[in-house]
Design a protein around this ligand. Structure first.
Ligand code: MN
Length: 245
Protein backbone atom coordinates (compact mmCIF):
# COMPACT_ATOMS: atom_id res chain seq x y z
CA UNK A 1 0.00 0.00 0.00
CA UNK A 2 1.41 3.42 -0.90
CA UNK A 3 2.06 6.02 1.78
CA UNK A 4 -0.67 8.20 0.28
CA UNK A 5 -3.31 5.47 0.40
CA UNK A 6 -2.16 4.45 3.90
CA UNK A 7 -2.73 8.04 5.01
CA UNK A 8 -6.13 7.98 3.38
CA UNK A 9 -7.03 4.76 5.22
CA UNK A 10 -5.83 6.18 8.53
CA UNK A 11 -7.86 9.31 8.01
CA UNK A 12 -10.90 7.27 7.11
CA UNK A 13 -10.44 5.08 10.19
CA UNK A 14 -10.15 8.23 12.31
CA UNK A 15 -13.29 9.76 10.82
CA UNK A 16 -15.20 6.52 11.38
CA UNK A 17 -13.90 6.30 14.92
CA UNK A 18 -14.90 9.88 15.64
CA UNK A 19 -18.36 9.28 14.22
CA UNK A 20 -18.76 6.15 16.36
CA UNK A 21 -17.73 8.06 19.48
CA UNK A 22 -20.15 10.86 18.64
CA UNK A 23 -22.94 8.33 18.11
CA UNK A 24 -22.05 6.61 21.39
CA UNK A 25 -22.24 9.90 23.30
CA UNK A 26 -25.55 10.77 21.67
CA UNK A 27 -27.05 7.37 22.45
CA UNK A 28 -25.76 7.47 26.04
CA UNK A 29 -27.46 10.83 26.54
CA UNK A 30 -30.63 9.53 24.98
CA UNK A 31 -30.52 6.37 27.10
CA UNK A 32 -30.16 8.45 30.25
CA UNK A 33 -33.23 10.50 29.40
CA UNK A 34 -35.23 7.48 28.21
CA UNK A 35 -34.54 5.49 31.39
CA UNK A 36 -36.90 2.56 31.85
CA UNK A 37 -38.30 2.84 28.36
CA UNK A 38 -34.95 1.68 26.95
CA UNK A 39 -34.70 -1.19 29.45
CA UNK A 40 -38.07 -2.51 28.28
CA UNK A 41 -37.27 -2.31 24.57
CA UNK A 42 -37.30 -5.81 23.03
CA UNK A 43 -34.13 -7.16 21.47
CA UNK A 44 -34.06 -6.73 17.69
CA UNK A 45 -35.36 -9.76 15.80
CA UNK A 46 -32.34 -9.83 13.52
CA UNK A 47 -29.08 -8.06 14.24
CA UNK A 48 -26.38 -7.00 11.83
CA UNK A 49 -23.49 -9.36 12.64
CA UNK A 50 -20.20 -7.67 13.44
CA UNK A 51 -17.44 -8.18 10.91
CA UNK A 52 -14.62 -10.32 12.30
CA UNK A 53 -12.10 -7.74 10.94
CA UNK A 54 -11.87 -4.00 10.22
CA UNK A 55 -13.44 -2.48 7.11
CA UNK A 56 -9.99 -1.80 5.65
CA UNK A 57 -8.61 -5.26 6.55
CA UNK A 58 -9.20 -6.74 3.10
CA UNK A 59 -7.44 -3.95 1.19
CA UNK A 60 -6.16 -3.75 -1.46
CA UNK A 61 -8.38 -6.62 -2.67
CA UNK A 62 -11.66 -5.21 -1.34
CA UNK A 63 -11.57 -1.55 -0.33
CA UNK A 64 -12.74 -0.17 3.00
CA UNK A 65 -15.47 2.06 1.56
CA UNK A 66 -17.05 -0.81 -0.36
CA UNK A 67 -16.91 -3.00 2.75
CA UNK A 68 -18.45 -0.34 4.97
CA UNK A 69 -21.32 0.50 2.59
CA UNK A 70 -21.90 -3.17 1.77
CA UNK A 71 -22.13 -4.09 5.46
CA UNK A 72 -23.85 -1.08 7.04
CA UNK A 73 -26.18 -0.17 4.16
CA UNK A 74 -26.85 -3.19 1.95
CA UNK A 75 -26.76 -5.96 4.55
CA UNK A 76 -28.65 -3.75 7.02
CA UNK A 77 -31.34 -3.09 4.42
CA UNK A 78 -31.90 -6.84 3.92
CA UNK A 79 -32.16 -7.24 7.67
CA UNK A 80 -34.66 -4.39 8.01
CA UNK A 81 -37.03 -5.85 5.41
CA UNK A 82 -36.65 -9.39 6.77
CA UNK A 83 -37.25 -8.23 10.36
CA UNK A 84 -40.33 -6.34 9.18
CA UNK A 85 -41.89 -9.67 8.18
CA UNK A 86 -40.78 -11.52 11.31
CA UNK A 87 -42.31 -8.83 13.50
CA UNK A 88 -45.78 -9.76 12.22
CA UNK A 89 -45.11 -13.54 12.21
CA UNK A 90 -43.85 -14.73 15.60
CA UNK A 91 -44.02 -18.35 14.39
CA UNK A 92 -41.48 -17.54 11.67
CA UNK A 93 -39.38 -15.37 13.99
CA UNK A 94 -38.99 -18.38 16.30
CA UNK A 95 -37.21 -20.32 13.55
CA UNK A 96 -33.68 -19.96 12.24
CA UNK A 97 -33.55 -17.90 9.02
CA UNK A 98 -31.70 -20.81 7.35
CA UNK A 99 -34.61 -23.14 8.15
CA UNK A 100 -37.11 -20.74 6.57
CA UNK A 101 -34.97 -20.61 3.42
CA UNK A 102 -34.73 -24.41 3.28
CA UNK A 103 -38.48 -24.65 2.85
CA UNK A 104 -39.79 -21.56 1.07
CA UNK A 105 -42.84 -23.50 -0.13
CA UNK A 106 -44.06 -23.81 3.46
CA UNK A 107 -44.18 -20.02 3.93
CA UNK A 108 -47.35 -17.94 3.60
CA UNK A 109 -47.65 -16.46 0.09
CA UNK A 110 -47.59 -12.94 1.45
CA UNK A 111 -44.12 -13.26 2.96
CA UNK A 112 -42.38 -15.82 0.74
CA UNK A 113 -40.66 -13.35 -1.60
CA UNK A 114 -39.44 -11.14 1.23
CA UNK A 115 -37.96 -14.10 3.10
CA UNK A 116 -36.37 -15.36 -0.14
CA UNK A 117 -34.88 -11.98 -1.10
CA UNK A 118 -34.19 -10.29 2.21
CA UNK A 119 -33.82 -13.27 4.54
CA UNK A 120 -31.63 -14.74 1.80
CA UNK A 121 -29.66 -11.49 1.63
CA UNK A 122 -29.06 -11.61 5.38
CA UNK A 123 -27.93 -15.26 5.43
CA UNK A 124 -25.80 -14.95 2.27
CA UNK A 125 -23.95 -11.86 3.48
CA UNK A 126 -23.34 -13.37 6.93
CA UNK A 127 -21.62 -16.31 5.23
CA UNK A 128 -19.72 -13.97 2.90
CA UNK A 129 -18.20 -11.90 5.76
CA UNK A 130 -17.31 -14.99 7.75
CA UNK A 131 -15.46 -16.75 4.94
CA UNK A 132 -13.10 -13.85 4.18
CA UNK A 133 -10.22 -12.43 6.15
CA UNK A 134 -6.99 -10.47 5.93
CA UNK A 135 -3.89 -12.43 4.94
CA UNK A 136 -5.97 -15.38 3.77
CA UNK A 137 -6.26 -16.92 0.31
CA UNK A 138 -4.03 -19.83 -0.58
CA UNK A 139 -5.49 -23.32 -0.69
CA UNK A 140 -7.67 -25.43 1.58
CA UNK A 141 -6.13 -28.16 3.73
CA UNK A 142 -7.24 -31.43 5.28
CA UNK A 143 -10.54 -33.16 4.49
CA UNK A 144 -11.88 -30.27 2.43
CA UNK A 145 -8.76 -30.37 0.23
CA UNK A 146 -9.20 -34.13 -0.22
CA UNK A 147 -12.88 -33.75 -1.12
CA UNK A 148 -12.05 -31.00 -3.65
CA UNK A 149 -9.34 -33.15 -5.23
CA UNK A 150 -11.64 -36.15 -5.44
CA UNK A 151 -14.47 -34.14 -7.05
CA UNK A 152 -12.62 -31.57 -9.18
CA UNK A 153 -9.23 -33.32 -9.62
CA UNK A 154 -7.38 -30.20 -8.49
CA UNK A 155 -7.88 -26.96 -6.58
CA UNK A 156 -7.05 -25.11 -9.81
CA UNK A 157 -10.07 -26.76 -11.47
CA UNK A 158 -12.33 -25.74 -8.59
CA UNK A 159 -11.05 -22.17 -8.84
CA UNK A 160 -11.78 -22.14 -12.54
CA UNK A 161 -15.28 -23.54 -12.01
CA UNK A 162 -16.18 -20.91 -9.38
CA UNK A 163 -14.66 -18.12 -11.47
CA UNK A 164 -16.69 -19.24 -14.49
CA UNK A 165 -19.87 -19.44 -12.39
CA UNK A 166 -19.21 -15.92 -11.08
CA UNK A 167 -18.45 -14.50 -14.52
CA UNK A 168 -21.41 -16.10 -16.29
CA UNK A 169 -24.03 -15.13 -13.70
CA UNK A 170 -25.98 -12.55 -15.72
CA UNK A 171 -26.99 -9.56 -13.63
CA UNK A 172 -26.91 -9.90 -9.84
CA UNK A 173 -26.29 -13.03 -7.85
CA UNK A 174 -23.74 -15.33 -6.30
CA UNK A 175 -21.35 -18.14 -7.21
CA UNK A 176 -21.00 -20.93 -4.67
CA UNK A 177 -19.15 -23.98 -3.51
CA UNK A 178 -21.89 -26.02 -1.87
CA UNK A 179 -22.39 -29.48 -0.42
CA UNK A 180 -25.33 -31.38 -1.87
CA UNK A 181 -26.43 -34.98 -1.79
CA UNK A 182 -23.88 -35.82 -4.50
CA UNK A 183 -21.04 -34.12 -2.66
CA UNK A 184 -19.31 -30.85 -3.46
CA UNK A 185 -20.60 -28.78 -6.33
CA UNK A 186 -20.20 -25.37 -7.89
CA UNK A 187 -23.30 -23.41 -8.81
CA UNK A 188 -24.54 -19.88 -9.15
CA UNK A 189 -27.82 -18.36 -8.04
CA UNK A 190 -29.67 -15.21 -9.09
CA UNK A 191 -30.43 -12.29 -6.79
CA UNK A 192 -30.27 -13.41 -3.13
CA UNK A 193 -31.31 -16.99 -3.79
CA UNK A 194 -29.37 -19.42 -1.63
CA UNK A 195 -28.33 -23.04 -2.26
CA UNK A 196 -30.22 -23.79 0.99
CA UNK A 197 -33.48 -23.46 -0.98
CA UNK A 198 -32.15 -26.10 -3.40
CA UNK A 199 -31.38 -28.61 -0.65
CA UNK A 200 -27.65 -27.80 -0.62
CA UNK A 201 -25.45 -26.22 2.03
CA UNK A 202 -23.37 -23.25 0.87
CA UNK A 203 -19.76 -23.48 2.13
CA UNK A 204 -18.38 -20.31 0.55
CA UNK A 205 -19.76 -17.85 -1.98
CA UNK A 206 -18.78 -14.75 -3.87
CA UNK A 207 -21.22 -11.87 -4.13
CA UNK A 208 -21.27 -10.66 -7.74
CA UNK A 209 -23.85 -7.90 -7.28
CA UNK A 210 -22.29 -4.68 -8.58
CA UNK A 211 -22.61 -3.19 -5.07
CA UNK A 212 -19.90 -5.69 -4.01
CA UNK A 213 -17.24 -4.25 -6.33
CA UNK A 214 -18.34 -1.27 -8.40
CA UNK A 215 -16.68 1.51 -6.35
CA UNK A 216 -13.23 0.00 -6.82
CA UNK A 217 -13.56 -2.16 -9.93
CA UNK A 218 -16.42 -0.48 -11.85
CA UNK A 219 -17.42 -2.91 -14.63
CA UNK A 220 -14.35 -5.15 -14.14
CA UNK A 221 -16.02 -8.08 -12.43
CA UNK A 222 -13.18 -10.38 -13.53
CA UNK A 223 -10.62 -8.31 -11.58
CA UNK A 224 -12.81 -8.38 -8.46
CA UNK A 225 -13.28 -12.16 -8.69
CA UNK A 226 -9.52 -12.59 -9.13
CA UNK A 227 -8.87 -10.38 -6.10
CA UNK A 228 -11.43 -12.22 -3.95
CA UNK A 229 -9.33 -15.41 -4.04
CA UNK A 230 -6.74 -13.55 -1.94
CA UNK A 231 -9.16 -13.09 0.96
CA UNK A 232 -10.97 -16.45 1.08
CA UNK A 233 -10.60 -17.95 4.55
CA UNK A 234 -10.26 -21.67 3.80
CA UNK A 235 -10.14 -22.59 7.48
CA UNK A 236 -13.60 -21.06 7.87
CA UNK A 237 -14.80 -22.85 4.73
CA UNK A 238 -13.41 -26.14 6.09
CA UNK A 239 -15.42 -25.61 9.29
CA UNK A 240 -18.57 -25.12 7.20
CA UNK A 241 -17.72 -28.29 5.28
CA UNK A 242 -17.22 -30.26 8.49
CA UNK A 243 -20.50 -28.98 9.96
CA UNK A 244 -22.40 -29.91 6.79
CA UNK A 245 -20.78 -33.31 6.26
MN1 MN B 1 -24.04 -7.91 -1.39
Amino acid sequence: MSAASQTSVNRRAFVQGAAAIAAGVASANWAGQAGLVLAQAPAPLVELPKLPYAYDALEPHIDAKTMMIHHTKHHQAYIDRFAGVLKDHPDLAAKKPEDLLKNLAALPDAVRAIVQNHGGGHVNHTLFWNTMGPGKGGEPKGKLAEAIKSKFTSFANLKEAITTAAMTRFGSGWAWLALGKDGLEVLSTANQDTPLSLGKTPLVGIDVWEHAYYLNYQNRRADYVKAWWNVVDWDAVAKNFQAAS
